[in-house]
Design a protein around this ligand. Structure first.
Ligand code: NDP
Ligand code: 2IT
Length: 443
């Protein structure tokens, strides 16, 4: 058995019942096998053994009071996975499905994603099994304050800098930042995704979605193609989905779908994005409302958004939302490219189908790295006590996404599978971390 297979076998045994973490471990360890064959110094220094084990895993009680005056108790998490190249960095997810497996898979992916940005940020992730849906602002604030009352002792501007993810946006970041400040009496960049009113970066809300489209646009450009005239299917209807859609429209493509956990909409004429943004960001409503606004659009509570004929698919909701059947439908309908705005939205079987059918497939750890990249730019601005303009940040984001494109295509080609950008992303992300780990000795 190869070294990486043996490490994977032990890691899977050590994390029983953790389906998502096991899936992420398997993908990465299998991709890295040829790298370890070429670089015996990595195995000699047990780089893989160290990589699969988080530096620290925190789990804590989050008690808070609801509007009825009842005490509720949730479970909070933070995984500080790898700090070889910088302070732990990664989002916080508030969703009822959150558990150790999901936090560890996200934290593990984050190591390689953050490395690809070229910026000095290590991998971390956190969250809680708290469901923000249907909660009042006061309840959200109560929860966020309690969450930060434990988390604050584990984070810091040079230690660990959380941000948003599913269920955590500007409102939640604000409440958590306020609580940190109140406890520590410090105005420092301990969270990113802050409002510009108190140290946030212009362009951070847009960065993940825009970055995704910049990367896909660059890949298309290298094939003398572009978004112009393309029909694009987007899943999700949150931060990533809506800003990705905005950039697609700007580049001349047409987004015809959005989804949430209840269903999906198909608007052949192109989604009315102003309406969707107001619905989701301001009114926090559900997509069922879209149909009363646009009666000709379709709303489906069942079936797959991937059954809509399209040129490009951008899964931007959650993990394992695009399985083999969805991939089969996309391919049958002539889809030419898939870019992952979400983390691990495509199952391994779906990815295999894309690769077999020569679909241009951009994996999440490369394609959605724009968000964390601009988070790192927010950290820089906070340290310098500066505020950069939107266009300055956006220009840097474009450069970073082009660099990621270069790195993943070069690594894929170097390892003899030019078409396999998943392989390229895993390898290119890993090499920098491995090098940093070697240089720092047995830590
Ligand atoms: P939001 O909370 O803003 O939006 C999430 C969207 O996904 C909602 O439409 C939500 O629908 C849907 N969704 C969430 N969970 C499920 C589920 N279990 N089944 C079906 N639909 C679901 O989150 P973001 O847009 O920030 O995040 C979306 C994805 O992008 C996640 O995978 C996240 O990890 C990833 N990502 C986010 C980044 C960021 O900067 N925000 C950066 C990089 C990646 P509903 O309202 O019904 O729950
Ligand atoms: O998955 C991700 O990269 C994020 N949720 C963003 C992390 C960040 O620190 O901005």
């Amino acid at each position: 058995m190869s070294y990486t297979n043996e490490v994977l076998r032990v890691a899977l045994e050590r994390n029983p019942g953790e389906a998502e973490f096991s899936q992420a471990l398997t993908e990465v360890m299998e991709a890295l096998e040829p790298v370890f064959e070429r670089h015996p110094e990595y195995a000699k220094n047990k780089i893989a053994d160290r990589l699969v084990e988080p530096e620290r895993f925190l789990m804590f009680r989050v008690p808070w009071t609801d509007d009825k005056g009842d005490i509720q108790v949730n479970r909070g998490f933070r995984v500080q996975f790898n700090s070889a190249i910088g302070p732990y960095k990664g989002g916080l997810r508030f969703h009822p499905s959150v558990n150790a497996s999901i936090i560890k898979f996200l934290g593990f992916e984050q190591i390689f994603k953050n490395s690809l940005t070229g910026l000095p940020i290590g991998g971390g992730k956190g969250g809680a099994d708290f469901d923000p849906k249907g909660k009042s602002d006061r309840e959200i604030m109560s929860f966020c304050q309690s969450f930060m009352t434990e988390l604050y002792r584990h984070i810091g501007p040079d230690t660990d800098v959380p941000a948003g993810d599913i269920g955590v946006g500007g409102r939640e970041i604000g409440y958590m930042y306020g609580q940190y400040k109140r406890i520590t009496n410090q105005c420092v960049g301990i969270l990113t995704g802050k409002d510009v009113a108190y140290g946030g970066s212009l362009g951070r809300p847009q960065a993940t979605g825009y970055g995704l489209v910049y990367l896909m646009d660059e890949l298309l450009r290298r094939r003398d193609d572009s978004f112009a005239g393309k029909t694009v299917v987007v899943s999700g209807s949150g931060n990533v989905a809506l800003y990705a859609s905005q950039k697609v429209f700007e580049l001349g493509g047409k987004v015809v779908s959005l989804s949430d956990s209840d269903g999906w909409i198909y608007d052949k004429e192109g989604i009315d994005l102003d309406f969707a943004m107001d619905l989701k960001f301001v009114r926090r409503g559900r997509l069922t409302e879209y149909k009363s606004h646009r009666p000709d659009a379709e709303y489906h509570a069942d079936g797959l958004v991937w059954s809509i004929p399209c040129d490009i698919a951008l899964p931007c909701a959650t993990q394992n939302e695009l399985l083999k059947d969805g991939a089969g439908l996309l391919i049958k309908n002539g889809c030419l490219a898939v870019g992952e705005g979400a983390n691990m939205p495509c199952s391994p079987e779906a990815v295999e189908l894309f690769l077999e059918n020569k679909i241009m497939y951009a994996p999440g750890k490369a394609a959605n790295a724009g968000g964390v990249a601009v988070s790192a730019l927010e950290m820089t601005q906070n340290s310098m006590r500066q505020c950069w303009s939107f266009s300055e940040v956006d220009a840097k984001l474009q450069t970073i996404m082009c660099n990621i494109c270069d790195q993943i295509t070069a690594a894929a080609a170097e390892y003899g599978q030019a078409h396999n950008l998943a392989l390229g992303a895993n390898i290119a992300g890993f090499v920098r971390v491995a090098q940093a780990m070697l240089l720092q000795g047995a830590v």
